[in-house]
Design a protein around this ligand. Structure first.
Ligand SMILES: C[S@@+](CC[C@H](N)C(=O)[O-])C[C@H]1O[C@@H](n2cnc3c(N)ncnc32)[C@H](O)[C@@H]1O
Length: 213
């Protein structure tokens, strides 16, 4: 499989070869990677990329970066990216723990978090992508008017996230506990792989949109 338009990318992809090796090199310079100035939206924990590839196809005017920890799933997103030939999408394999090493202050305009792992044990709470610790990291990279959009079917994680947002001093712009029946918030909604799976099981989908106060 060939990779296109990606600085430093290798020609062949396997489970250990990814579109942007050493992403830290591009901190503060992501517009150079895309070769144009445009808003930058990222998804953390993109899995196989169903959501972000559809979004990138729908909005060619936005630069997108997908971040995923595991190569075994990211490789599927790379395949989709290549099939759809999306010049406005780049993918990074990394743990979001080090997100502030990769993006400069104010460089990101929007962060999507979709069906993030719930880490149900209390001792793992800091690993939840909506914990106060992660919100502090997002504060470092988000533009002044940037925001975070979070969807999940996991009610305890949703309530935890609302509390974390309040503790971290974030402002809630929108909230629903039944997205698919919320006409306003569901407008233009793109289903993620997990969203399709869980809503088919009858689980209501929760969504919140947060910005810095
Ligand atoms: C439950 S899946 C959801 C996938 C996709 N967002 C969806 O909605 O279909 C969560 C994904 O987030 C990734 N992930 C979890 N923690 C992460 C982290 N700290 N950094 C990067 N990716 C992470 C996992 O590897 C997994 O692929």
């Amino acid at each position: 499989m060939r990779l296109k338009n990606v600085p430093g990318a290798r020609e062949t992809i396997d489970a250990s070869a990814f579109t942007i090796p050493e992403p830290e090199v591009w901190k503060g310079r992501w517009q150079e990677v895309f070769g144009r100035q445009a808003p930058l939206h990222i998804e953390i924990g993109m899995g196989k990329g169903q959501f972000l590839t559809a979004l990138a196809a729908e909005h060619p005017d936005i630069n997108y970066i997908g971040i995923e920890k595991f190569s075994s799933v990211l490789v599927r997103a790379v395949q989709k990216q290549n099939e759809l030939e999306l010049p406005n999408l780049r993918l990074i394999r990394m743990d979001a723990d080090s997100i502030t090493d990769v993006f400069a202050s104010g460089e990101v305009d929007r962060i999507y978090l979709n069906f993030s792992d719930p880490w149900p044990k209390e001792r793992h709470a800091k690993r939840r992508l909506t914990s106060v610790e992660f919100l502090r990291r997002y504060e470092n990279i988000l533009a002044k008017d940037g925001h975070v959009e979070f969807k999940t079917d996991n009610q305890p994680l949703f309530e935890f996230s609302l509390e974390a947002a309040e503790e971290a001093g974030w402002k809630l712009l929108a909230v629903t506990r039944d997205l698919h029946h919320d006409t306003a918030l569901n407008k233009g909604n793109i289903m993620t792989e997990y969203e399709e799976r869980f809503s088919a099981q009858g689980n209501p989908i929760c969504k919140m949109i947060l910005c810095q106060a």
